[in-house]
Design a protein around this ligand. Sequence first.
Ligand SMILES: N=CN[C@@H](CCC(=O)O)C(=O)O
Ligand SMILES: [Zn+2]
Length: 430
Amino acid sequence: MTGYKLLVKNARQVVQVSGSRESVKRGSDMNNLQVLEGAEGGYSILVDRDGIIADLGPSREVEARHCSDTIDTVVDATGRCLIPGLVDAHTHTVWAGDRVHEFAMKLAGATYMDVHKAGGGIYFTVEHTRGATEDTLYELLKERLVRAVRAGSTFVEVKSGYGLDLDTEVKMLKVTERARQSLPVDISCTYCGAHAIPKEKTSQEATTDVVNVQLPRIKDLMSSKQLCVHNIDVFCEQGVFDVTQSRDILLAGKSMGLNLNFHGEELHRLHSAEMGAEIGALAISHLEEVSEEGISAMAKSGTVGVLLPTTAYNLRLTPPPARAMIDGGMAVALGSDFNPNAHCLAMPLVMNLACVTLRMTMSESLVAATLNAAHALGQSDRHGSLEVGKLGNMLVLDAPRWEHLIYQMGSHQDVISHVIWHGDVVHRKQ
Ligand SMILES: N=CN[C@@H](CCC(=O)O)C(=O)O
Ligand SMILES: [Zn+2]
């Protein structure tokens, strides 16, 4: 007799996303969703006490295989659908000081860079984040991650980048590590010390500070297990870090074993997509201004394009060319880009925007918000699909077909009936 943590039983539809342990779906394969449906009695998923999927298939078969086992919790999903927990591949979730006043300025016509150059934008948030205690930042992060989980995310990337000095960047990374150790959500931690040029430095001085001061300190804190950082990010943009500076910072991170995952081609075409592909970037975010050559280079290198539809929506930018990317064989992922400029943690809304504004199909959008997002964070071996051996992170949807999660725009709180993380029910619809 074996003991298990959770059985989710009798679901009408199980969207595994993938059933062959592939690490990513590229190009047209993003439309090949692995879906189980049609069995009499539905489908069940069994999660072991380590939070790992132990069995999955037609309910009658799963029940027959485990009729003498003990199961701690049973969730009846009769008439409902199961999908993997959503993965948010790009967030700036640790900061103090909202920028609701800037939203009004932007609605009135100011551009993102107008606000930034006038000392607002990232600089406003840096000032407030530098002044906040670790406990305050932790409480703010916790509140935001609870919201993300309620909206279906079970794995979230979290960046630093509102310190721009060693002490505040380390403070942000420590807050992220505390959340990673204590909250019921998986976190991929990104060092983004090169998010803006600190007011007191030139871009070259800031590059040298990141490479020679901040990264070595972070490396020490990682060695002594005080921090666990997975990725390195840079805002490669005209007037911020140029392509050469970004490359130097990314390569310094790569030599420490960090995944390269950066902001590129957002407001100007600098050909950072080609640079990222050349140095083996795992992912590049934004890409509103990417060129055809950049798309080919990323398709060839396998670099994931992390698309952030909330940014183009809020800033009224031309959206990234998602169709050309997917049709060109790239792997595309999605992120909420939660930050004080784009205050959205709801991946179902991001998926809706991806379908409508980026012209992605609903299948592409689900793959982008699960398997491919997990791959962009280097963790699709554990996240992003419902398969035996992967984490028991899943959503029970109160709907006859999974597409309702995207279709019922703004109603994800009614569509998601349970959020399950490592086999524990961490959110239940009221
Ligand atoms: N573009 C750079 N970074 C963020 C915005 C950060 C901010 O405005 O605070 C982004 O991805 O959109
Ligand atoms: Zn960002």
